[in-house]
Every structure is written in structure tokens, then in C-alpha cells.
Write a new protein. Structure first.
Length: 234
């Protein structure tokens, strides 16, 4: 096995350990590279660890090794925006398989005012993957704030994200619907339109008991129709 050393990160993903013990050994040897100053080396090490964790049979050992990835991944989010973007793309893939690695770090994915839009979009997707009953209230506050941004497409995605949370977490659906209703009160046309669409979709999929939202939706639709007619007449 490469003279007692782990296979190089670029070649490791194609290598298959013979058993759990060998996989653990490779991970332990690769782990120091998580502290490397080069972000590419860090991400390569993360890919190796994620790949070989599949061969680790002991659950406690797997959790222990998984936890080692969180700090370096979080550190990458303090780097330049271009590095953040690459890191976020990799993190998005990682949390699809192992969301537990970063569940406790969800706040680092909350958007900053000076984040480029491409960084904000990726953060939004990762937050949705990490949302849980435990952190849903924090996430809804974040999405509600994001829905007041100046970028219209980001606002729309933020509103949709609230609906996705409602579908993902049925017990938190009412909280999600209430936030959407609050957004409707902004009277901003594109926010209202998106919120209505999301509420109707979420209401049909996971919260059919929320008939109380229907009068509000009807009222908003009527207001929109009247506004459009007034605009055409003028």
C-alpha cells in the first residue's frame, strides 16, 4: 500500500480497501492533510475520507472519523469567494450522503451581506439539506431575511426554500406556512406571487388541514387581478 503511506488523494477514490481495518488506517493517515494550507489538498483529503468511510463497519469509529471533517470544511468558508464556491459545491455533495457531519454547523452557511450571489445560492441549497426539527426556527428566520434581498431570483429561491422545508419537515409545516403568510404581507408583487405558489404546493403535499390560508390566497389573487386591470386601463 504505497510503502506504508496512504494512496495519493488523486488516486485514492479508485482504490478499494480490503476491509474495514485498512479503510480506517488510510483515513487516519490522510486526516493530517485536512490541516493543509492548500484548499485543494484539504478537499482531496475530504473526498478520500468520505469514500473510505463506506468501508468502516464500526458505527462509533465512523462517527469519530466523520467529525474530523467538519472544522476544515468550516474553515474553507472563511476563504476567498472563489474558494468558498468550490468548497460549497463539494460540501453539497458530501451532505447529501452524510448530513450529520455538518448539522451542528448550519449557521456558517447563513448568508452574509457581501456574499456573491453564486455563493448565496449554494449556501441556500446546503441549508435545506441540513435543516431539521431542531434548527428549523433559525433556518426560517434566515430564509425570511433572505426573502427581502434585492436579487429577485434569490428572493424567489428563498421563498421556495421555505416551502421545501415544509415538505421535508411535516411537523414544522405550520411554522413554514406562517412565515410565508408574513411574507405575503410585504405586498411586494414577486414575493406575494412566489409565496402563494409555494403555499398552494405545500398545502397540497403536506398540510391539507390548513384551509385557513385559502381566504388569504384568494384575497391576494383578487388584489393582483385588480392591480393588473388598473394598470392596463391606465
Amino acid at each position: 500500500m504505497y510503502g506504508g503511506r496512504p494512496p495519493p488523494p488523486s488516486r485514492s477514490p479508485s482504490y478499494t480497501p480490503s476491509d474495514s481495518r485498512e479503510a480506517e488506517g488510510i483515513i487516519e493517515r490522510v486526516t493530517p492533510r485536512l490541516q493543509h494550507v492548500n484548499s485543494a489538498v484539504v478537499l482531496s483529503a475530504v473526498k478520500v475520507i468520505v469514500k473510505f468511510l463506506e468501508k468502516v463497519s464500526d458505527a462509533d469509529t465512523e462517527r469519530r472519523l466523520s467529525r474530523k471533517m467538519a472544522p476544515p470544511l468550516v474553515t474553507l468558508l472563511s476563504a476567498e469567494h472563489e474558494i468558498q464556491y468550490v468548497a460549497l459545491r463539494n460540501i453539497n455533495l458530501i451532505v447529501q450522503k452524510r448530513p450529520a457531519i455538518l448539522t451542528n454547523e448550519i449557521k456558517v452557511f447563513f448568508c452574509k451581506y457581501n456574499d456573491p450571489i453564486y455563493v448565496k445560492m449554494d449556501k441556500l441549497e446546503i441549508i435545506i439539506r441540513l435543516v431539521s426539527e431542531r434548527n428549523i426556527e433559525q433556518v426560517l428566520l434566515e430564509f425570511k431575511e433572505s426573502a427581502t434581498e434585492v436579487n429577485v431570483e434569490f428572493v424567489r429561491r428563498s421563498v421556495r426554500a421555505i416551502g421545501r422545508c415544509a415538505v421535508k419537515l411535516e411537523h414544522a409545516a405550520e411554522k413554514c406556512i406562517n412565515v410565508l403568510l408574513e411574507l405575503i404581507q410585504t405586498k411586494m408583487n414577486y414575493i406575494v406571487q412566489e409565496a402563494i405558489n409555494v403555499i398552494m404546493l405545500a398545502n397540497g403535499q403536506c398540510v391539507p388541514q390548513h384551509e385557513s390560508v385559502l381566504p388569504i390566497i384568494v384575497e391576494c389573487l383578487l388584489i393582483e387581478i385588480v392591480s393588473e386591470r388598473s394598470f392596463l386601463v391606465s
